[in-house]
Design a protein around this ligand. Sequence first.
Ligand code: GLN
Ligand code: ZN
Length: 787
Amino acid sequence: MALAHVLGFPRIGAQRELKFAQESFWQGVTNEAALRETGALLRARHWKAQADAGLDFVTVGDFAWYDQVLGTLALLGAIPARFGFVPQRLTLVEYFTLARGGKQHFAMEMTKWFDTNYHYLVPEWKADTEFNGGVDWLFEEIAEAQALGYRVKVALIGPLTLLYLGKMKANDRGELDNKVETKVETKVETKVDPKLALLPNIIAGYKKLLAQLQVSGVEVVQIDEPILALELENDWVQAFPPTYAALKPAAPPLLLTTYFGEVKAHAALLRGLPVMGVHVDLVRGADQLDTIVGEWPQDKVLSLGVIDGRNLWRCDLDSVLARLKPLQAQLGDRLWVGSSCSLLHVPVDLKCEDKLDTELKSWLSFATQKLSEIVALKLALNTNGLSNCSKVADAEFIASRAALASRKISSRIHNRLVQKRLDSITEADAQRVSQFNTRIDKQQAKWNLPLFPTTTIGSFPQTQEIRISRAAYKRGDIGHLDYLDKMRNEIRLVVQKQEELGLDVLVHGEPERNDMVEYFGEQLWGYAFTANGWVQSYGSRCVKPPIIYGDVYRPEAMTVGWSQFAQTLTDKPMKGMLTGPVTMLQWSFVRDDQPRETTALQIALALRDEVRDLERAGIGMIQIDEPAFREGLPLKASEWKHYLDWAVRAFRISAAGVADETQIHTHMCYSEFNDILPWIAAMDADVITIETSRSDMKLLNGFGAFSYPNDIGPGVYDIHSPRVAQVDEMERLLRKARGVIPDRRLWVNPDCGLKTRGWPETYAALENMVTAARRLRAEVEAELKAA
Ligand code: GLN
Ligand code: ZN
């Protein structure tokens, strides 16, 4: 009999109950008991959903008050010493201080969990970090689940993944230890990561923890080692067998889970590890099954992640069943079926959706629905096929077939116009008419911009007033003309301020947009928006990614009216503002019935038409934002080229339909581009603006060394802080930039959009920025004259 389980369930609650409980606790509106009660309620509800669906275990340990990595550190007692908290007596308030910072402490660093949009808190390691045990919250949760009568599987982050994801810190300010960060060469010429020196400590900590779990009657411990899906360095791979050999004696049966990618390279390692079983992701690593299954040991469980934990489409149950059926003879009850990874990355319950129509809903499966899909597979495996399986499972199979059939033929999904456009794309469509050198001369002749031209990234402060008008319009409380009037007034104000400030290239300020993806998605065919499809991004912050279900088609212009209006208000160039194809894709749930790159291309074609319409309407500079460009990189570096090739092509197709005189800008945040600079250059934007101020322009060095050919605007101040940057600071950064970028190629701008800032600090900072640019300009022009 195959068993069924999930690797984890979303913790936020179908109505984001956890978020609201956290926030009102932080604001002091409710007390700790109330927060704890909400947590317990959510856990009980989520376990009940798992048990009711018919899973063999409920998963305990996937809950977290803020983040599961921080939770693991709290459990092991390995919290950063710089906070001065006693690990064994860590309070919930202190736990939140670790995550969010406090009066005397800055928060732990946060970063993306593998290639998801979930952010975890980065462990801070020191050479003497100990793992002597911490809070007993996990044990309380186990007791809760057991009291409710459930069979308990505990989910834990594995020791090697935890260690790997942390950073060595030199001092109590949490700064990076540069000496320790670089790897040391040992005698045998293999490199060993200094973090691995902590291995004996961390093993000791896990040993103690696992022994306690053993005592508390836990049946299985799921131990997550997703780093195996990376192209993992050899020293780390080699650490697996001894680590797990050391853990085994005192531990409950361990199920080692891998996910987010295939682990073929480690097939032999996984077969040999002293664990009860191994889980592999068959959604992301669909073709690894044969390699893994071949010679699979007689005594080991193989758990197959067949239900997608990263996307929200109903599974094609028939084809998964057909793949699993032959394995059943070989594996018997050692075959488990589950979600590919934790369901943390999908919304909670489709039943809470009242905004989507029945047809669209019939194609989808959120976390709660996925439980039933998994159980249906298990039941179909355990009986001989369907109809004698169970009514509920039968219903799942029938729904799966219906969804598949209707998605194949639905005219909402397949649009002949789009197909024809796709087929007609030629290589010329991805090429500007002339090379950059020719283009920039024509652009300069047209605009006659000064040296070091100043501009901004697009948005201006989104005041309460703007938000209120937008919401009122959405609700239908104010009419279209009223709304138009309000937004136009806002644009007038923004243009007037920019004129006053003396900026060289203006923007309209984006008051009509609440979100850079949603704004466009709502105007494109093929996109749908949920009412409640929330997914945790970090802490109490949740996002509601749109769903791309069909061919993307632009029925009419999306931004032309706004930009055109803004251009009438000024003689200076007004930049049109669009969100690029890769970002539109990256921040959405994407259809799974065609390659992602095809969907990207469809979006690119829609944007290409918008770019041309803007040009036709007299907008001579158009910015296509791609903040998520880097984020799309696959986990395995060997797969980067394929992604970068299609991502660059999609961008070029969106941008290249214009005349030489039209200036294409792009903007990206987090500018760690050193390893992908050839592709950034290949995007061939006339101007790129990037985030560099927080790194003190260090991130710009790569562009210099690479001789990045086109114009570039390194951000000269950090917009994430309300502090007003001074003229001297910006001037200093600009001088640094001049050391790397030729004067004629250098622009001056903030790091990112200004929508989260208030007006007073924005105005003051931009005033200083313009002054800094003018000072430098005067100096260089004087030098040029003298020469
Ligand atoms: N144009 C957008 C803005 O200014 C860019 C946002 C971003 O880079 N994330 O808001
Ligand atoms: Zn940005």
